[in-house]
Ligand binder design. Structure first.
Ligand code: FRU
Length: 476
Protein backbone atom coordinates (compact mmCIF):
# COMPACT_ATOMS: atom_id res chain seq x y z
CA UNK A 1 0.00 0.00 0.00
CA UNK A 2 1.06 3.62 -0.47
CA UNK A 3 1.66 5.47 2.79
CA UNK A 4 0.83 9.15 3.07
CA UNK A 5 3.18 11.65 4.66
CA UNK A 6 1.09 13.29 7.33
CA UNK A 7 2.25 16.35 9.26
CA UNK A 8 3.17 15.47 12.89
CA UNK A 9 0.50 17.65 14.55
CA UNK A 10 -2.47 16.49 12.48
CA UNK A 11 -5.56 15.33 14.32
CA UNK A 12 -7.94 12.72 12.93
CA UNK A 13 -10.91 14.06 10.98
CA UNK A 14 -13.61 12.42 8.89
CA UNK A 15 -11.51 12.91 5.75
CA UNK A 16 -8.78 10.61 7.16
CA UNK A 17 -11.06 7.68 7.99
CA UNK A 18 -10.68 5.81 4.73
CA UNK A 19 -6.88 6.02 4.90
CA UNK A 20 -6.90 4.76 8.51
CA UNK A 21 -9.09 1.82 7.49
CA UNK A 22 -6.54 0.94 4.78
CA UNK A 23 -3.72 1.22 7.29
CA UNK A 24 -5.55 -1.09 9.71
CA UNK A 25 -6.01 -3.69 6.98
CA UNK A 26 -2.29 -3.46 6.21
CA UNK A 27 -1.35 -3.89 9.89
CA UNK A 28 -3.68 -6.87 10.26
CA UNK A 29 -1.22 -8.87 8.12
CA UNK A 30 1.78 -8.10 10.34
CA UNK A 31 3.76 -11.15 11.42
CA UNK A 32 4.40 -9.74 14.90
CA UNK A 33 0.83 -9.32 16.18
CA UNK A 34 -0.14 -10.53 19.65
CA UNK A 35 -3.38 -12.34 20.48
CA UNK A 36 -3.88 -11.39 24.12
CA UNK A 37 -2.09 -8.07 24.45
CA UNK A 38 -3.69 -4.77 23.49
CA UNK A 39 -1.88 -3.20 20.52
CA UNK A 40 -2.61 -0.34 18.12
CA UNK A 41 -4.60 -1.33 15.04
CA UNK A 42 -2.28 1.13 13.25
CA UNK A 43 0.29 3.73 14.31
CA UNK A 44 1.89 4.13 17.73
CA UNK A 45 0.41 3.31 21.13
CA UNK A 46 2.06 4.44 24.34
CA UNK A 47 0.85 5.09 27.89
CA UNK A 48 -2.34 3.50 29.24
CA UNK A 49 -4.72 6.27 30.31
CA UNK A 50 -7.96 6.60 32.27
CA UNK A 51 -7.98 2.92 33.32
CA UNK A 52 -11.21 2.16 35.13
CA UNK A 53 -13.95 -0.28 35.98
CA UNK A 54 -17.01 1.82 35.18
CA UNK A 55 -20.64 0.86 34.62
CA UNK A 56 -19.91 -2.89 34.79
CA UNK A 57 -16.99 -2.93 32.39
CA UNK A 58 -13.32 -2.11 32.09
CA UNK A 59 -12.57 1.03 30.13
CA UNK A 60 -8.98 1.29 28.96
CA UNK A 61 -7.79 4.39 27.14
CA UNK A 62 -4.32 4.87 25.71
CA UNK A 63 -2.01 7.36 24.01
CA UNK A 64 -2.35 6.94 20.29
CA UNK A 65 -0.90 8.49 17.16
CA UNK A 66 -2.84 6.61 14.49
CA UNK A 67 -1.08 7.80 11.32
CA UNK A 68 2.46 6.49 11.83
CA UNK A 69 4.54 4.27 14.14
CA UNK A 70 6.15 7.42 15.62
CA UNK A 71 5.41 9.85 18.44
CA UNK A 72 3.13 12.51 16.92
CA UNK A 73 -0.19 14.15 17.70
CA UNK A 74 -1.52 12.10 20.62
CA UNK A 75 -5.17 11.10 20.76
CA UNK A 76 -6.84 8.95 23.41
CA UNK A 77 -7.80 5.56 21.95
CA UNK A 78 -10.42 3.54 23.83
CA UNK A 79 -11.42 -0.09 24.30
CA UNK A 80 -13.73 -1.88 26.72
CA UNK A 81 -14.02 -5.35 28.21
CA UNK A 82 -16.27 -7.14 30.65
CA UNK A 83 -13.78 -9.90 31.43
CA UNK A 84 -10.30 -8.47 30.68
CA UNK A 85 -9.75 -11.05 27.96
CA UNK A 86 -12.03 -10.04 25.10
CA UNK A 87 -11.89 -6.41 24.07
CA UNK A 88 -14.06 -4.17 21.98
CA UNK A 89 -12.51 -1.27 20.10
CA UNK A 90 -14.33 2.03 20.52
CA UNK A 91 -14.22 5.32 18.68
CA UNK A 92 -11.32 7.66 19.45
CA UNK A 93 -12.15 9.05 22.92
CA UNK A 94 -10.21 12.33 22.77
CA UNK A 95 -9.21 14.09 19.56
CA UNK A 96 -6.99 17.15 20.10
CA UNK A 97 -9.16 19.53 18.10
CA UNK A 98 -9.22 22.51 20.50
CA UNK A 99 -6.76 25.39 20.53
CA UNK A 100 -5.73 24.71 24.19
CA UNK A 101 -4.55 21.17 23.28
CA UNK A 102 -3.11 21.97 19.88
CA UNK A 103 -0.13 19.60 20.37
CA UNK A 104 -2.00 16.60 21.66
CA UNK A 105 -4.13 15.09 24.42
CA UNK A 106 -1.46 13.70 26.73
CA UNK A 107 -1.73 11.17 29.56
CA UNK A 108 -3.95 11.17 32.62
CA UNK A 109 -6.25 8.95 34.67
CA UNK A 110 -9.97 8.87 35.46
CA UNK A 111 -12.28 8.90 38.44
CA UNK A 112 -16.00 8.24 38.82
CA UNK A 113 -18.33 10.85 40.34
CA UNK A 114 -22.16 10.92 40.31
CA UNK A 115 -22.38 8.14 37.71
CA UNK A 116 -19.99 9.89 35.32
CA UNK A 117 -16.39 9.05 34.49
CA UNK A 118 -14.12 12.11 34.61
CA UNK A 119 -11.15 11.73 32.26
CA UNK A 120 -8.19 13.93 33.20
CA UNK A 121 -5.46 14.69 30.71
CA UNK A 122 -2.70 17.12 29.86
CA UNK A 123 -3.56 19.49 27.05
CA UNK A 124 -0.17 19.68 25.37
CA UNK A 125 0.52 23.27 24.34
CA UNK A 126 3.85 24.26 22.83
CA UNK A 127 5.12 27.79 22.20
CA UNK A 128 8.42 29.09 20.83
CA UNK A 129 9.49 29.63 24.47
CA UNK A 130 8.65 26.15 25.70
CA UNK A 131 5.44 24.56 26.90
CA UNK A 132 2.59 26.13 28.84
CA UNK A 133 1.26 23.35 31.05
CA UNK A 134 -2.50 22.93 30.87
CA UNK A 135 -4.62 20.22 32.51
CA UNK A 136 -8.03 19.39 31.13
CA UNK A 137 -11.03 17.17 31.80
CA UNK A 138 -13.61 15.35 29.69
CA UNK A 139 -16.67 13.58 31.05
CA UNK A 140 -18.01 10.21 29.89
CA UNK A 141 -21.58 9.13 30.65
CA UNK A 142 -22.90 5.57 30.94
CA UNK A 143 -23.77 5.47 27.23
CA UNK A 144 -20.14 6.16 26.44
CA UNK A 145 -20.66 9.76 25.20
CA UNK A 146 -17.57 11.82 25.93
CA UNK A 147 -17.55 15.63 26.20
CA UNK A 148 -14.66 17.92 26.98
CA UNK A 149 -15.54 20.34 29.78
CA UNK A 150 -16.29 23.96 28.86
CA UNK A 151 -14.06 25.13 31.75
CA UNK A 152 -10.97 23.60 30.10
CA UNK A 153 -8.18 23.94 30.80
CA UNK A 154 -9.03 23.43 34.48
CA UNK A 155 -5.42 24.21 35.45
CA UNK A 156 -3.51 26.68 33.32
CA UNK A 157 0.17 27.50 33.82
CA UNK A 158 2.92 26.43 36.20
CA UNK A 159 3.80 27.19 39.85
CA UNK A 160 6.60 29.81 39.95
CA UNK A 161 9.44 27.37 40.73
CA UNK A 162 8.46 24.85 38.05
CA UNK A 163 9.36 24.67 34.34
CA UNK A 164 6.73 24.31 31.62
CA UNK A 165 7.14 20.51 31.73
CA UNK A 166 4.23 19.49 33.97
CA UNK A 167 1.91 16.68 32.99
CA UNK A 168 0.01 13.45 33.50
CA UNK A 169 -2.71 14.26 36.07
CA UNK A 170 -3.59 11.43 38.44
CA UNK A 171 -6.71 12.19 40.46
CA UNK A 172 -7.73 10.32 43.61
CA UNK A 173 -10.08 10.79 46.55
CA UNK A 174 -9.07 10.78 50.22
CA UNK A 175 -11.23 11.86 53.18
CA UNK A 176 -13.88 13.45 50.92
CA UNK A 177 -11.37 15.62 49.08
CA UNK A 178 -10.09 15.17 45.59
CA UNK A 179 -6.37 15.33 44.96
CA UNK A 180 -4.37 15.51 41.76
CA UNK A 181 -0.77 14.43 41.38
CA UNK A 182 1.25 15.87 38.51
CA UNK A 183 4.71 14.94 37.27
CA UNK A 184 7.06 17.87 36.71
CA UNK A 185 10.51 19.25 36.07
CA UNK A 186 11.50 22.09 38.39
CA UNK A 187 13.36 25.16 37.19
CA UNK A 188 16.39 23.59 38.88
CA UNK A 189 15.95 20.61 36.53
CA UNK A 190 14.85 18.13 39.20
CA UNK A 191 11.96 15.69 38.97
CA UNK A 192 9.08 16.94 41.10
CA UNK A 193 5.74 15.54 42.27
CA UNK A 194 3.07 18.26 42.57
CA UNK A 195 -0.20 18.14 44.48
CA UNK A 196 -3.44 20.03 43.82
CA UNK A 197 -6.79 19.71 45.66
CA UNK A 198 -10.40 20.20 44.67
CA UNK A 199 -13.89 19.78 46.08
CA UNK A 200 -15.64 19.37 42.71
CA UNK A 201 -13.01 18.07 40.23
CA UNK A 202 -13.17 21.35 38.29
CA UNK A 203 -11.60 24.05 40.50
CA UNK A 204 -8.13 23.11 41.60
CA UNK A 205 -5.84 24.72 44.23
CA UNK A 206 -2.11 24.19 44.27
CA UNK A 207 -0.79 22.69 47.51
CA UNK A 208 2.90 22.36 46.61
CA UNK A 209 5.52 19.74 45.97
CA UNK A 210 5.49 16.39 47.77
CA UNK A 211 8.91 15.58 49.16
CA UNK A 212 10.18 12.15 48.04
CA UNK A 213 13.28 10.85 49.86
CA UNK A 214 14.94 9.50 46.69
CA UNK A 215 16.65 10.66 43.51
CA UNK A 216 13.89 11.84 41.18
CA UNK A 217 16.08 12.47 38.11
CA UNK A 218 15.42 15.57 36.00
CA UNK A 219 11.71 14.96 35.35
CA UNK A 220 8.86 12.84 36.69
CA UNK A 221 6.25 11.43 34.31
CA UNK A 222 3.04 9.53 34.98
CA UNK A 223 2.80 9.52 38.78
CA UNK A 224 0.06 7.50 40.47
CA UNK A 225 -1.05 6.44 43.92
CA UNK A 226 -2.82 3.24 44.93
CA UNK A 227 -3.60 1.52 48.20
CA UNK A 228 -2.32 -2.06 48.27
CA UNK A 229 -2.86 -4.28 51.32
CA UNK A 230 -3.25 -1.26 53.60
CA UNK A 231 -0.17 0.66 52.41
CA UNK A 232 0.16 3.61 50.05
CA UNK A 233 2.10 2.84 46.90
CA UNK A 234 3.34 5.58 44.60
CA UNK A 235 4.27 4.45 41.09
CA UNK A 236 6.02 6.92 38.79
CA UNK A 237 8.47 7.19 35.93
CA UNK A 238 11.50 9.38 36.63
CA UNK A 239 13.74 10.37 33.72
CA UNK A 240 17.50 10.66 34.00
CA UNK A 241 18.42 8.12 36.69
CA UNK A 242 22.00 6.91 36.33
CA UNK A 243 22.41 3.32 35.18
CA UNK A 244 23.46 0.89 37.94
CA UNK A 245 24.64 -2.71 37.48
CA UNK A 246 21.29 -4.16 38.55
CA UNK A 247 18.97 -1.19 38.02
CA UNK A 248 17.86 1.59 35.65
CA UNK A 249 19.18 -0.06 32.50
CA UNK A 250 16.40 1.20 30.24
CA UNK A 251 16.33 4.66 28.68
CA UNK A 252 13.88 5.68 31.44
CA UNK A 253 12.96 3.94 34.71
CA UNK A 254 9.73 3.18 36.56
CA UNK A 255 9.77 3.00 40.35
CA UNK A 256 7.41 2.13 43.15
CA UNK A 257 7.54 3.47 46.68
CA UNK A 258 5.75 1.63 49.50
CA UNK A 259 4.88 3.59 52.65
CA UNK A 260 2.50 6.35 53.67
CA UNK A 261 1.60 9.54 51.85
CA UNK A 262 1.57 12.27 54.51
CA UNK A 263 -0.49 14.96 52.81
CA UNK A 264 -0.50 17.25 55.83
CA UNK A 265 3.28 17.47 55.82
CA UNK A 266 3.60 17.07 52.04
CA UNK A 267 5.98 14.11 52.20
CA UNK A 268 6.10 10.38 51.58
CA UNK A 269 7.25 8.15 54.45
CA UNK A 270 9.20 5.50 52.61
CA UNK A 271 9.42 1.86 53.71
CA UNK A 272 10.63 0.17 50.54
CA UNK A 273 11.35 1.09 46.94
CA UNK A 274 12.42 -0.67 43.76
CA UNK A 275 11.91 -0.74 40.02
CA UNK A 276 8.44 -2.01 39.15
CA UNK A 277 9.70 -4.29 36.37
CA UNK A 278 13.12 -5.51 35.28
CA UNK A 279 12.56 -6.06 31.56
CA UNK A 280 13.58 -3.98 28.55
CA UNK A 281 10.20 -2.55 27.61
CA UNK A 282 8.17 -1.20 30.46
CA UNK A 283 7.34 2.44 31.13
CA UNK A 284 4.61 4.81 32.32
CA UNK A 285 2.33 2.21 33.95
CA UNK A 286 -0.93 3.33 35.49
CA UNK A 287 -2.41 1.91 38.69
CA UNK A 288 -6.19 1.75 39.18
CA UNK A 289 -8.93 -0.03 41.10
CA UNK A 290 -10.60 -2.81 39.11
CA UNK A 291 -13.77 -4.75 39.86
CA UNK A 292 -14.41 -5.04 43.62
CA UNK A 293 -11.76 -2.36 44.16
CA UNK A 294 -8.95 -4.72 43.28
CA UNK A 295 -5.64 -2.81 42.95
CA UNK A 296 -4.38 -3.28 39.41
CA UNK A 297 -1.86 -1.89 36.94
CA UNK A 298 -1.27 -1.83 33.20
CA UNK A 299 1.88 -0.50 31.57
CA UNK A 300 3.01 0.81 28.24
CA UNK A 301 4.90 -2.12 26.67
CA UNK A 302 7.71 0.11 25.43
CA UNK A 303 10.05 2.84 26.52
CA UNK A 304 11.53 5.96 24.96
CA UNK A 305 12.15 6.26 21.24
CA UNK A 306 12.82 2.72 20.12
CA UNK A 307 13.11 1.52 16.53
CA UNK A 308 11.30 -1.82 16.13
CA UNK A 309 10.79 -4.27 13.24
CA UNK A 310 7.04 -3.64 13.43
CA UNK A 311 7.68 -0.02 12.30
CA UNK A 312 7.86 -1.33 8.73
CA UNK A 313 4.42 -2.80 9.27
CA UNK A 314 3.04 0.59 10.41
CA UNK A 315 2.37 -0.21 14.07
CA UNK A 316 4.37 0.05 17.26
CA UNK A 317 4.19 -0.96 20.93
CA UNK A 318 1.20 -2.09 22.98
CA UNK A 319 0.16 -2.56 26.61
CA UNK A 320 1.09 -5.20 29.17
CA UNK A 321 -1.59 -7.59 30.30
CA UNK A 322 -3.63 -6.30 33.25
CA UNK A 323 -1.72 -7.06 36.44
CA UNK A 324 -3.01 -7.43 39.99
CA UNK A 325 -1.02 -5.68 42.71
CA UNK A 326 -0.20 -7.22 46.08
CA UNK A 327 2.39 -6.72 48.80
CA UNK A 328 4.62 -9.65 49.77
CA UNK A 329 7.47 -9.28 52.24
CA UNK A 330 6.96 -5.52 51.99
CA UNK A 331 7.53 -5.46 48.22
CA UNK A 332 5.13 -4.70 45.43
CA UNK A 333 4.23 -7.77 43.38
CA UNK A 334 2.59 -7.43 39.99
CA UNK A 335 1.15 -10.61 38.55
CA UNK A 336 -1.19 -11.36 35.65
CA UNK A 337 -4.79 -10.88 36.73
CA UNK A 338 -6.49 -14.23 37.27
CA UNK A 339 -9.26 -13.39 34.77
CA UNK A 340 -6.74 -13.99 32.00
CA UNK A 341 -6.45 -17.70 32.88
CA UNK A 342 -9.63 -18.24 30.87
CA UNK A 343 -7.71 -17.36 27.73
CA UNK A 344 -5.62 -20.52 27.90
CA UNK A 345 -6.46 -24.19 27.42
CA UNK A 346 -6.07 -26.75 30.18
CA UNK A 347 -2.69 -27.45 31.50
CA UNK A 348 -0.63 -29.78 29.29
CA UNK A 349 1.92 -31.28 31.65
CA UNK A 350 5.49 -31.93 30.60
CA UNK A 351 8.51 -33.54 32.17
CA UNK A 352 11.50 -33.08 29.89
CA UNK A 353 14.40 -30.81 29.07
CA UNK A 354 13.07 -29.74 25.66
CA UNK A 355 9.60 -28.79 24.47
CA UNK A 356 8.44 -27.96 20.97
CA UNK A 357 5.54 -25.54 21.15
CA UNK A 358 2.51 -25.76 18.87
CA UNK A 359 2.16 -22.01 18.48
CA UNK A 360 3.75 -18.76 19.56
CA UNK A 361 0.94 -17.70 21.92
CA UNK A 362 1.23 -19.62 25.19
CA UNK A 363 1.78 -19.60 28.94
CA UNK A 364 4.37 -21.91 30.43
CA UNK A 365 4.85 -22.59 34.11
CA UNK A 366 7.62 -24.45 35.93
CA UNK A 367 9.94 -24.26 38.92
CA UNK A 368 13.66 -23.57 38.74
CA UNK A 369 16.79 -23.97 40.83
CA UNK A 370 15.94 -26.60 43.39
CA UNK A 371 19.14 -28.62 43.99
CA UNK A 372 20.87 -26.84 41.10
CA UNK A 373 22.96 -23.75 41.58
CA UNK A 374 22.70 -22.32 38.10
CA UNK A 375 19.75 -22.98 35.89
CA UNK A 376 18.50 -21.52 32.66
CA UNK A 377 15.80 -21.80 30.07
CA UNK A 378 16.12 -20.71 26.45
CA UNK A 379 13.19 -19.92 24.19
CA UNK A 380 13.38 -19.72 20.40
CA UNK A 381 15.24 -21.82 17.89
CA UNK A 382 18.83 -22.65 16.98
CA UNK A 383 20.88 -19.46 16.90
CA UNK A 384 17.84 -17.35 17.54
CA UNK A 385 16.66 -17.36 21.14
CA UNK A 386 16.42 -15.44 24.39
CA UNK A 387 17.47 -16.81 27.76
CA UNK A 388 16.30 -16.55 31.35
CA UNK A 389 18.89 -17.64 33.90
CA UNK A 390 19.24 -17.93 37.65
CA UNK A 391 22.54 -17.71 39.45
CA UNK A 392 21.81 -18.71 43.03
CA UNK A 393 25.39 -18.16 44.17
CA UNK A 394 25.59 -14.57 42.99
CA UNK A 395 21.84 -14.26 43.63
CA UNK A 396 21.07 -12.83 40.20
CA UNK A 397 18.23 -13.35 37.75
CA UNK A 398 18.98 -12.40 34.15
CA UNK A 399 17.22 -12.07 30.81
CA UNK A 400 19.54 -12.09 27.80
CA UNK A 401 18.44 -11.05 24.31
CA UNK A 402 21.92 -11.17 22.75
CA UNK A 403 21.25 -14.44 20.90
CA UNK A 404 18.26 -13.18 19.00
CA UNK A 405 18.90 -12.59 15.32
CA UNK A 406 16.77 -9.45 15.18
CA UNK A 407 18.26 -7.20 17.84
CA UNK A 408 16.41 -4.11 19.01
CA UNK A 409 17.24 -1.18 21.30
CA UNK A 410 20.89 -2.31 21.40
CA UNK A 411 22.12 1.07 22.66
CA UNK A 412 20.61 0.24 26.05
CA UNK A 413 22.26 -3.17 26.23
CA UNK A 414 21.16 -6.72 25.53
CA UNK A 415 20.84 -8.08 29.07
CA UNK A 416 18.78 -7.17 32.10
CA UNK A 417 19.79 -8.39 35.56
CA UNK A 418 18.15 -8.07 38.91
CA UNK A 419 18.87 -9.27 42.41
CA UNK A 420 17.39 -12.69 43.10
CA UNK A 421 15.12 -13.28 46.03
CA UNK A 422 17.52 -15.52 47.95
CA UNK A 423 15.22 -18.47 47.40
CA UNK A 424 16.10 -22.10 46.88
CA UNK A 425 13.40 -22.50 44.33
CA UNK A 426 11.68 -20.10 41.97
CA UNK A 427 8.23 -20.43 40.46
CA UNK A 428 8.35 -19.14 36.89
CA UNK A 429 5.44 -18.06 34.68
CA UNK A 430 6.28 -17.04 31.13
CA UNK A 431 3.67 -15.56 28.81
CA UNK A 432 4.71 -15.53 25.16
CA UNK A 433 2.39 -13.71 22.78
CA UNK A 434 4.39 -13.65 19.54
CA UNK A 435 6.60 -10.54 19.93
CA UNK A 436 5.35 -9.75 23.47
CA UNK A 437 6.90 -11.64 26.40
CA UNK A 438 6.12 -11.25 30.10
CA UNK A 439 7.97 -13.23 32.76
CA UNK A 440 6.90 -13.44 36.39
CA UNK A 441 9.03 -14.91 39.16
CA UNK A 442 7.27 -16.09 42.32
CA UNK A 443 3.92 -14.61 41.30
CA UNK A 444 5.28 -11.21 40.43
CA UNK A 445 7.90 -10.61 43.12
CA UNK A 446 10.04 -9.96 40.05
CA UNK A 447 8.85 -9.39 36.52
CA UNK A 448 10.36 -8.81 33.08
CA UNK A 449 8.37 -7.35 30.20
CA UNK A 450 10.14 -7.32 26.87
CA UNK A 451 9.66 -7.54 23.13
CA UNK A 452 11.25 -10.26 21.06
CA UNK A 453 11.07 -10.51 17.29
CA UNK A 454 12.03 -14.13 16.65
CA UNK A 455 12.54 -14.83 12.99
CA UNK A 456 11.11 -18.30 13.21
CA UNK A 457 7.82 -17.14 14.49
CA UNK A 458 5.34 -20.02 14.53
CA UNK A 459 6.94 -22.66 16.72
CA UNK A 460 9.46 -22.37 19.48
CA UNK A 461 11.67 -24.84 21.14
CA UNK A 462 12.09 -24.37 24.85
CA UNK A 463 15.20 -25.91 26.39
CA UNK A 464 16.00 -26.23 30.06
CA UNK A 465 19.40 -26.68 31.68
CA UNK A 466 17.92 -29.68 33.53
CA UNK A 467 14.94 -31.94 33.08
CA UNK A 468 12.03 -29.95 34.29
CA UNK A 469 8.39 -30.50 35.08
CA UNK A 470 5.67 -28.04 34.43
CA UNK A 471 2.76 -27.16 32.19
CA UNK A 472 2.26 -25.35 28.92
CA UNK A 473 -1.10 -23.77 28.15
CA UNK A 474 -1.96 -22.49 24.69
CA UNK A 475 -3.99 -19.39 24.01
CA UNK A 476 -7.41 -20.61 22.83
C1 FRU B 1 5.14 9.11 28.97
C2 FRU B 1 4.71 10.39 28.28
C3 FRU B 1 3.85 11.25 29.18
C4 FRU B 1 3.04 12.06 28.21
C5 FRU B 1 2.81 11.05 27.11
C6 FRU B 1 2.76 11.63 25.73
O1 FRU B 1 5.44 8.10 28.09
O2 FRU B 1 5.81 11.11 27.80
O3 FRU B 1 4.58 12.04 30.09
O4 FRU B 1 1.85 12.52 28.76
O5 FRU B 1 3.86 10.11 27.18
O6 FRU B 1 2.39 10.67 24.80
Amino acid sequence: MRFKKIEKYTYVEEKHMQYLEELKRFVADSKYLPKYHIYPKCGLMNDPNGLSYFNGEYNFFYQWFPFEPNHGMKHWGHCTSKDLSTWEDKEIALTPDMEYEKNGCYSGNSIEKDGLLYLFYTANYKTDNGKIPKQAVAVMDKEGNIKKHINNPVIDGAPSDMSGEIRDPFVFIKNDSYYMLLGAKSKKEKGALLLYTSKNLLNWDYRGEIYLPIDTGYMIECPGLIEVDGKDVIIFSPMGLKKEALRYQNQFATLYLVGKLDIENMKFDLEYMDEVDNGFDFYAPQAFYGKDNKPMMVSWFGCGEQVLPSDNEMWKHGLTMPHTLKLKEGRLCNFVSEELNDLFDDKNRFSSNTIKTKSNHYHIQFNMCKDNKNTWVIVGNDNDYWELSFDTIKNIIQVDRSNLKLKVDTLNGLKRCTEGLNKEEYKVDIYVDNSFVEIFINEGMKSFAFRCFNLSDKEHSIKFSHTNEGSINYCK
